[in-house]
Design a protein around this ligand. Structure first.
Ligand code: TYM
Length: 329
């Protein structure tokens, strides 16, 4: 049976991009496949962080994911399971500097000031490969921005197999949704929706109330033209395309099907319909998240259970990898 693995950084409250690009797929895939989902706190300290905030954000992210319906016994914290860091180190020694130099996420995050970033940020993709391969997972549901990381994970797996003369690590397949794999910033349709954008108005959070959602959609950037009747007419209008894609993804329709309904109308009516749909889908998640957060001890207990299951599956795989590289076990 194929195994599913995916992760999210606990660097803030999960947003609509995380939900439509990844989390929603996790909740359906877990019904069909043996699945693990991870709060990747080791990845979260590759950029500057505040310990108290990291702790709080890890709990909020866990609560949100549970509220979305993730299986409690399969959600856990990365740093609580040692196989990630152990295989990550081996992969630091398999992966090549030339490969890491091509990673666009590193370039984006480090910007001009490369020298001043952590070494962890540079080897981030090696640890991500270890996350997946420590479980011999083959299906990785992610948003579009993780495409290059999945390719690198396959390069690392192949080089490991080649160097050790084995067929040990399987090939990984990224499962990227056909629509909404890259949800854009509500204030600037050329940037992706992200946890790190300074403007709160740029993203819908999974903890937003119906009122908050309404305000953010009302303020979302649009243009003066009415919606066209063909998707082709939206290509040069990133903000409009983004809102149409969000509506479609939430209602399981293609962007074209949304335009069949709303083409020719102005944004006023469309925004009202979108607000209603978002409130219907997101507000219950926010409500459940807040309920769960009332009992942190319970969330921590569930995460520990998840960590036990994750250790049970990944420990024999990583021990075998350790033996293959020549470590005595
Ligand atoms: P992270 O925490 O940035 O995001 C979690 C998931 O949400 C997706 N996503 C989006 N999808 C659509 N539109 C957006 N605007 C958007 N923003 C984020 C991401 O693609 C991701 O699927 N490197 C990963 C975490 C990670 C991981 C792993 C993932 C660590 N180890 C192993 C899979 C397997 C990351 O930073 O995700």
């Amino acid at each position: 049976m194929q195994r599913v693995f995916s992760g999210i950084q606990p660097t803030g409250v999960p947003h609509l991009g995380n939900y439509l690009g990844a989390i929603r797929n996790w909740t359906t895939l877990q019904k069909e496949y043996d699945s693990f989902f991870c709060l990747v706190d080791l990845h979260s300290i590759t950029m500057p962080w505040e310990p108290e905030k990291l702790r709080a954000q890890t709990l909020i992210t866990a609560a949100c994911l549970l509220a979305c319906g993730l299986n409690p016994g399969r959600l856990y914290i990365q740093s609580a399971v040692s196989t990630h860091a152990r295989l990550g180190w081996i992969f630091n020694c398999i992966s090549r500097l030339g490969w890491l130099n091509r990673m666009t996420q590193f370039k984006d995050k480090a910007g001009k000031n490369r020298e001043n970033h952590s070494a962890g940020l540079y080897v981030y993709p090696n640890l991500m490969a270890a996350d997946i391969l420590a479980f011999h997972a083959t299906l990785v549901p992610v948003g579009d921005d993780q495409r290059q990381h999945i390719e690198l994970a396959n390069d690392i797996a192949q080089k490991f197999n080649h160097d050790m003369g084995v067929e040990f690590f399987p090939e990984i397949k990224g499962l990227i949704p056909p629509h909404a794999a890259r949800v854009m910033n509500l204030r600037d349709g050329t940037k992706k929706m992200s946890k790190s954008d300074p403007s709160e108005q740029s993203r819908i959070l999974l903890t937003d109330s119906a009122e908050n959602i309404a305000l953010k959609i009302r303020r979302a950037k649009t243009d003066p033209e009415p919606l066209p009747s063909e998707v082709l007419g939206l290509e040069e209008r990133p903000e409009a395309l983004n809102l149409v894609t969000i509506y479609g993804s939430l209602s399981d329709k293609t962007p074209q099907a949304v335009l069949n309904e709303f083409g020719g109308q102005g944004f006023g009516q469309f925004k009202n319909a979108l607000t209603e749909l978002l409130a219907e889908k997101i507000a219950p998640i926010a409500h459940k998240t807040n309920q769960l957060l009332e009992d942190e001890g319970h969330i921590i207990a569930l995460l520990r259970k998840g960590a036990e299951a994750a250790a049970e599956v990944s420990e024999p795989i990583v021990q075998e990898a350790e033996r293959l590289v020549g470590f005595i076990r």
